[in-house]
Design a protein around this ligand. Structure first.
Ligand code: FEO
Length: 392
């Protein structure tokens, strides 16, 4: 179903209510998602982005109800990832000569995935395309979050088509942020930022400042996932600037995995110590083998300190901790602190190995961590409580 956004712009995307996982198994999307494609009808007709491959036929069929495909003058591919370019094969089968406007890296990524020599037109920042009453301006946005990414700006209606930037994985019949409970949508936007954009914060800050310097009035931000920022888009821009600037809340997150609940007992005692020392700090205690990794990454992003615990197993640590450490490394976080803890029976390397990984991931290491030989007794529990207090 299409949805009219303005006099000239119609949403022609796909709401994916069922989506539970994205990027394979990397990102859990418990609230679904959408792949937003936009059709602009002016003297020229323009399609911005398409949808994910499994929805290609439905997308093209729906688009045909909105416009004679042969009347589409230009396709704009703001980003070549398959969730936005996936329906191109089906579409280009019907209109093979229609020009596709994208960045030089966009051509590489689209050709690399589909192996088709379509009629590509390379655009750079500042290039414009007049389509009648409106002019589109292209703004390259490399590494937000692929090298090929760009934004497209439409004047007069003052719309920034921002692709993944400002997106959220959220399925909703309404297209607008204003119709959803604000905290819920901001939580999803932050989750998206933490899990997709965090490693590229430097590029985010630079790009927002560059767009601000272009003095383009922005009345609406139309991302490629989730809802449109229509009322006060400046608010999400300011939040992005905040999130991109070594973001932290007054929060400590304790991540652990446990075989026989010994490391778990340590985690709980550490949390107790933190709380005894500071009752205002938010403490999150998450078993990494049971928690949702997308939520865990979001909590890590919000924290000023993370503590990671695992028993020693076969001279190493448990696999759920290994997975989370790898994801955390990819986030390229700065200005956060960390320490490790864990129980052991004999060799006891886990705490040292986790500490080394945290250091490699850019954390300031608070101390050498705390270990419990076998099941923590009252003495060790007291030490864990003290460890928690000293973290503060
Ligand atoms: Fe939503 Fe990078 O694709």
């Amino acid at each position: 179903m299409s949805k009219k956004i303005t006099e000239n712009v119609t949403w022609v995307g796909k709401i994916d209510w069922e989506l539970q996982k994205f990027h394979g198994d990397e990102y859990t999307t418990k609230k679904g998602s959408s792949y937003n494609s936009y059709l602009i009808k002016d003297e020229k007709i323009v399609l911005i982005d398409t949808v994910w491959l499994p929805h290609d036929k439905e997308f093209v069929k729906n688009l045909e109800k909105e416009v004679d495909l042969n009347k589409i003058d230009y396709i704009i591919a703001n980003h070549g990832e398959i969730d936005h370019s996936g329906a191109l094969i089906e579409l280009m089968r019907k209109i093979p000569n229609t020009p596709i406007y994208c960045t030089a890296n966009g051509i590489k990524s689209i050709k690399g995935q589909y192996h088709k020599d379509w009629n590509f037109v390379t655009v750079k920042t500042g290039d414009t395309l007049n389509i009648g009453k409106h002019t589109l301006t292209f703004i390259e946005a490399p590494m937000i979050h692929w090298p090929d990414t760009m934004f497209t700006y439409m004047d007069k209606e003052n719309i920034l088509f921002s692709n993944d930037g400002f997106g959220q994985h959220y399925a909703s019949e309404s297209l607008y942020v204003k119709d959803i409970e604000k905290n819920e949508i901001y939580e999803e936007a932050l989750k998206y930022y933490a899990n997709i954009l965090a490693p590229f914060s430097m590029f985010v800050t630079k790009k927002i400042k560059e767009v601000q310097d272009m003095n383009l009035p922005i009345d609406m931000i139309c991302p490629s996932h989730g809802l449109i920022w229509k009322d006060n888009p400046e608010e999400i821009i300011q939040n992005y600037l905040k999130w991109a600037d070594n973001y932290e809340e007054n929060q400590i997150t304790i991540l652990y995995d446990s075989m026989w609940e010994n490391t778990k007992k340590m985690a709980e005692a550490i949390a107790k110590g933190i709380y005894e020392k500071d009752k205002n700090i938010i403490i999150k205690l998450i078993n990494t083998a049971k928690g949702d990794k997308t939520d865990i990454i979001t909590q890590v992003y919000k924290s000023k300190i993370i503590l990671i615990g695992s028993p020693t197993v076969n001279n190493g640590y448990l696999y759920s901790i290994a997975g989370i450490l790898e994801m955390i490394k990819g986030m390229k976080l700065k200005n956060k602190k960390a320490a490790a803890f864990g129980s052991y029976g004999w060799s006891g390397e886990a705490v040292k190995l986790i500490t080394e990984e945290l250091k490699k991931s850019g954390f300031d290491i608070i101390n050498e961590g705390i270990k419990s030989n076998w099941t923590p007794d009252e003495n060790i529990i007291e030490k864990c409580i003290e460890f928690g207090k000293n973290i503060i």
